[in-house]
Design a protein around this ligand. Structure first.
Ligand code: SAM
Length: 321
């Protein structure tokens, strides 16, 4: 079992497979992905080795993320490889959904268990102004199709922005009235590249939580090992509302995840250091597992986002959120 010096246990790995993204989200990559040098993203073979070592160390869930993971043509092979790793029970994918209509069947056939789709607005014009794309309708169609597949859990991630989608909150609620989907509102996080945007747009989740509670939404009790998201349900709604509120007190005490970047570095926090190179150890699983344990001993109790310190993270496409 992977455990840090503060008693937090880790069964969940977020594995980024590319830094590149086809979207230009205003809070993340407003000018689009700018390649620096000639990055060498993890190969399928390297992904297999990493998944296997982490599984042997106690990880049982791997989320494939990016950048935009569906940019990789071998995404179905990646899903299949992770799924085939002894010890891995759950393979999840986080995507902007742009290529979902075309490739969903391949992802399902490869064994995908969980799907998170990022949709920051249900208004096509607003969606375009946030992401730079006119893809909302295709994404929503694909999402409805996904609900009818063997994928067990489907979530939609929405980053809250005061000057953009906050006014759509009631529409978000209507959307989950008859859909068994968890809509997760993510607090905008400050990164190296978005300081002014963060200042203008950050909305604290508790502003919305108190409004939901006053309207009969109830907090779902979740195991501490389920991670830092909070979830609310309402008897009149098929869907649920979740909140990821990294600025709230004690957020980090329930941290349950580790991250590996597409460049093969282990990151102990989304807002931490430059990462620890795993590539030199990939051909020696024992050494690799030993190194992972050793590095985990360096994990700090908390991030310092409240003090506006976002570490080495310029934008979340670097690490996969
Ligand atoms: N391209 C995929 C997607 O769109 O889901 C995966 C990568 S993306 C970096 C993962 C998640 O991080 C998305 O839900 C995105 O909206 C969120 N994200 C990116 N930058 C963020 C920020 N500054 N604050 C909060 N969430 C952010």
């Amino acid at each position: 079992m992977l455990q840090d010096n503060y008693g937090r246990q880790f069964r969940y790995l977020r594995l980024s497979v590319t830094e590149a993204c086809n979207y230009r989200c205003n809070y993340c990559l407003p000018d689009g992905y700018q390649q620096e040098g000639r990055p060498s993203f993890l190969s399928l073979t390297e992904i297999r080795k990493i998944a296997s070592a982490f599984a042997q160390a106690g990880i049982d869930k791997i989320r494939i993320t990016g950048g935009e993971p569906s940019i990789r043509k071998d995404l179905p092979q990646i899903i299949e490889a992770v799924k085939a790793t002894p010890g891995i029970k759950t393979v999840a994918l986080t995507t902007n959904g742009h290529r979902m209509e075309k490739y969903l069947d391949d992802w399902v056939a490869a064994g995908l268990d969980r799907l998170n789709v990022s949709i920051d607005s249900f208004d096509p014009r607003m969606f375009n102004s946030i992401t730079g794309h006119d893809a909302l309708e295709s994404i929503l169609r694909a999402l409805d199709k996904a609900c009818a597949t063997s994928i067990g859990t489907i979530k939609v991630n929405t980053v809250l922005m005061r000057q953009y989608n906050l006014r759509e909150f009631e529409d978000f609620l209507s959307w989950i009235k008859d859909r068994p989907i968890t809509l997760r509102m993510i607090e905008l996080m400050e990164t190296g590249d978005n300081k002014q945007f963060f200042h203008d747009n950050h909305v604290a989740a508790n502003e919305l939580e108190s409004s939901l509670i006053s309207r009969g939404w109830q907090r779902q009790i979740r195991a501490k090992s389920a991670g830092p998201a909070k979830e609310y349900f309402h008897p009149d709604f098929d869907g649920r509302i979740g909140f990821i509120a990294p600025y709230s007190k004690d957020f980090c005490s329930s941290c349950n995840r580790l991250r590996v970047s597409s460049l093969g570095k282990l990151h102990l926090c989304l807002f931490g250091e430059e990462g620890y190179e795993l590539r030199p150890y990939l051909d020696d699983p024992e050494k690799l597992i030993h190194y992972i344990h050793q590095v985990l001993g360096l994990k700090l109790p908390t991030h310092y986002l409240q003090e506006h310190q976002s570490g080495a993270t310029k934008h979340l496409a670097m690490l996969g959120g």
